[in-house]
Write a protein that binds this ligand. Sequence first.
Ligand SMILES: C[S@@+](CC[C@H](N)C(=O)[O-])C[C@H]1O[C@@H](n2cnc3c(N)ncnc32)[C@H](O)[C@@H]1O
Length: 221
Amino acid sequence: MRQHVNPLSRIHQQPRPLPPPAQLFAQPSRPLHLDIGCARGRFLLALAPLQSGWNHLGLEIRRPLVAAAEADRIAAELSNLHFLYCNANVSLEAWLAALPQGLLQRVSIQFPDPWFKTKHHKRRVLQPALLRAIATALAPGSCLFLQSDVLAVITPMVAQCESCGWFERPAADGRPWRAANPLPLPTERELQVLAKGLPVYRVLYQRNGATVPPQAAPPPL
Ligand SMILES: C[S@@+](CC[C@H](N)C(=O)[O-])C[C@H]1O[C@@H](n2cnc3c(N)ncnc32)[C@H](O)[C@@H]1O
């Protein structure tokens, strides 16, 4: 399987309608945790039974990983977990906009693909449009958790979150990086990084009460 797929390739630019929570979870009104770029899903497969009062949705652009994660979820009979194949930059915005107010209470983006070359930065997952869609859907007080082992990747993510005006960092959090993971389990990538004794850069944001203004309409042609 390919390690990285190009999210800007034509095949990944096709929007996919994502099913609403009522079609994904046994109890769709539970608080929702969205993990963007969940890979093989082992983190959520372990988290869902631990946090059974939540629904957990993993999104992943590599379709075979989603099929394998879904097979494990079905075998484990986890009705508060679902995995969906999509390009989060293409298909998530419409889905988030249709969510019932207050349902989305946590978003995590953990160890996103780095795309080191400057000309490839536009392939990185946290783009301004996605951040806007997340901020619009997250209720005040809800969390956005970001972590990476690559300083050059997380630094611009933090810059976006700090400059948009829609998020605050809890005062008690370490600066510039939060020492502990607020989630009770590490991801697969996190385990690999920690096993090598390498640093992990973490930030936990809370959605503040600022309104996300509607996007300006494009100028007439
Ligand atoms: C480095 S892996 C980290 C996986 C996992 N979060 C972890 O920490 O172990 C990043 C994942 O994000 C997925 N990904 C990258 N861009 C994406 C996009 N636009 N939409 C959905 N998934 C994406 C990749 O396919 C990959 O599986």
